[in-house]
Structure formats: C-alpha cells, structure tokens
Design a protein around this ligand. Structure first.
Ligand SMILES: NC(=O)c1ccc[n+]([C@@H]2O[C@H](COP(=O)([O-])OP(=O)(O)OC[C@H]3O[C@@H](n4cnc5c(N)ncnc54)[C@H](OP(=O)(O)O)[C@@H]3O)[C@@H](O)[C@H]2O)c1
Length: 249
C-alpha cells in the first residue's frame, strides 16, 4: 500500500491515535505533517519516531478551529512541501458532563475542535486535491457518534456530524477522484481514555466482544488502508475499529 511521493497532514498528530497514524503513513512512504495545538514536545517526539523509522516529515502547530490560521498554515505547507495529498482530521477533545449541567463553552469547544476543525482543514486542502485529481480525506469519528453516550452529548453530536460531513463531501469531490471516508474507533488506550476509573474500564470491556480496548495502531492501519491507492473505489464510508462493540453502519 505504498504512497511514495505523497504528502499528508495529520491534525493532532502529536499524541495518541494521531501519532500512530503519522507513523503508519510514514511507513507507507508518505512525507508526514505532524500537527499539534499546544504540546510541541510531543509533536517533536512524533517526528523523531518517524525519522528513526527512516521516514520523513515536518511539524506544523495550529488550532484546527481557527479558520484563518488553518488557511495560512496550509498555504505555507503547500508552497514548502508541494501540496497536501492526504488529510487526516484526527484532532479531538472531550468536555464530558450531563446535559443538564453542560455549559455553552463545553459544547462550543467540542464542536469547534472535533467538527468545525474538520471543515476548516478540509476546505483549506480540497482545492489542491481537486486540481491534482487525487486526494484522500479521512475523518476520525467515534463509536459514540453511532451509539450515543450519557455525559457526552457534545462529543456524540460532533462525531455523528462528522459522518454527515463525510458523506456530503464524498459526493461533492468524487468527480475529481478525491475520496472522503471515516474511521470510527471504539475504546482505544490513549491519554483520552487512560484515566478512566478501573470499574468503568471493566464495564467497557464487558461490552466488547473481543474483550480488550484497542490500540492506536489498530486505528492507524485502517487509516493507512483508506489513504492507499487500493481503497480508491471506497468513498463516503465508515470503517469501524471497535472490537465488535458496534456492528451496525
Ligand atoms: N481514544 C479513544 O478511545 C477514541 C475513541 C474514538 C475516537 N477517538 C478520536 O480519535 C482522535 C484522537 O484521539 P486520542 O485518543 O488520540 O486523543 P489524545 O491522545 O487526547 O490526543 C489528542 C490530539 O489532538 C490534538 N488537538 C486537540 N485539540 C486540538 C486543536 N484545537 N487543534 C489541533 N490539534 C488539537 C492534541 O494536540 P496537543 O498534543 O498539542 O494537545 C493531540 O495531538 C480524536 O478525534 C478522538 O475523538 C478516540
């Protein structure tokens, strides 16, 4: 599934699932842009890991929800690295709480990063992809967008919204051979889930037929497939990587 000569941008590539996606794409020969918002040390660690595995890449810091900065940084990347062929909209946050007590700032922060961020980054890269008549946009949604979850109305709405965004973009861009798909992870061990109390982790495992939480690499390999040439006839789809906890579509 070689992608030699292509350039990618992975939002939130500094840690967790994003870091594993950066390493996966680099292993497929991609020149990888590692995005972060605040943790530049983690972004440097990701780039060092890419280089240690004989890959190449660069670091780019910006907030995906800041559309002006997104446009500026993606323009700079295009002129320095020859355009972005693969965009992975992975940056995401949670601000959990029951809806009755949820504040507007918690709603806005989650929608802005998880959903608007995918819109701003995709908008900034799509023209270049359309011109080249080749592109891959992969949105990292969540099983929560399909199942819902008490305490996560903001996150579930953002992740379900990503699926609608993906299907509509897929229809708009198909004529130019740009595909747009989702990967929907279940529970994956990262900074986002590491601190869940032991009893909650046990409750989660009981709902997973394969019996364990997933790893960032499990999500990265599905993403690597959607980025590859081999996936060219798939668009508007969601690949579920969740140990069987949700089997619908
Ligand atoms: N972990 C799971 O179980 C799970 C399950 C389903 C879906 N997901 C989704 O998978 C994605 C990655 O999750 P994760 O668990 O790897 O999270 P994580 O370990 O908390 O890492 C989040 C990443 O997003 C970046 N980020 C956050 N806000 C940003 C912003 N405004 N602009 C740019 N980058 C931003 C962070 O950058 P800094 O390093 O600079 O903070 C970091 O690289 C998210 O979209 C998440 O919703 C995760």
């Amino acid at each position: 599934m070689s992608l030699e000569g292509k350039t990618a941008l992975v939002s939130g590539g500094s840690r967790g699932i994003g870091r594993a996606i950066c390493l996966q794409l680099a292993a497929q020969g991609v020149h990888v842009g590692v995005n972060y918002v605040s943790n530049s040390t983690a972004a440097e660690e990701t780039l060092a890991a890419i280089q240690k595995a004989d890959g190449t890449g660069f670091i780019t810091g910006f907030d995906v929800a800041d559309s002006q900065d997104v446009q500026k940084k993606i323009k700079e990347i295009a002129s320095e690295h020859g355009g972005i062929d693969i965009l992975v909209n992975n940056a995401g946050i949670t601000r959990d709480g029951l809806m009755a007590r949820m504040k507007d700032v918690e709603w806005d922060a989650v929608l802005n990063t998880n959903l608007k961020g995918a819109f701003t980054c995709s908008k900034a890269v799509m023209r270049g992809m359309m011109k080249k008549r080749w592109g891959r946009i992969i949105n990292i949604t969540s099983v929560i967008g399909f199942l819902g979850n008490g305490g996560q109305v903001n996150y579930a709405a953002a992740k379900a919204g990503l699926v609608g965004l993906t299907k509509s973009m897929a229809r708009e861009l198909a004529a130019r051979q740009v595909t747009v798909n989702c990967v929907a992870p279940g529970y994956i061990v990262t900074d986002m889930t590491r601190d869940l109390p032991e009893n909650i982790q046990e409750m989660i495992k009981a709902q997973i037929p394969l019996g364990t939480l997933g790893t960032p690499e499990d999500v990265a390999s599905a993403t690597g497939y959607l980025a590859s040439e081999e996936s060219h006839y798939m668009t508007g789809q969601t690949l579920h990587v969740n140990g069987g906890m949700y089997m619908g579509n």
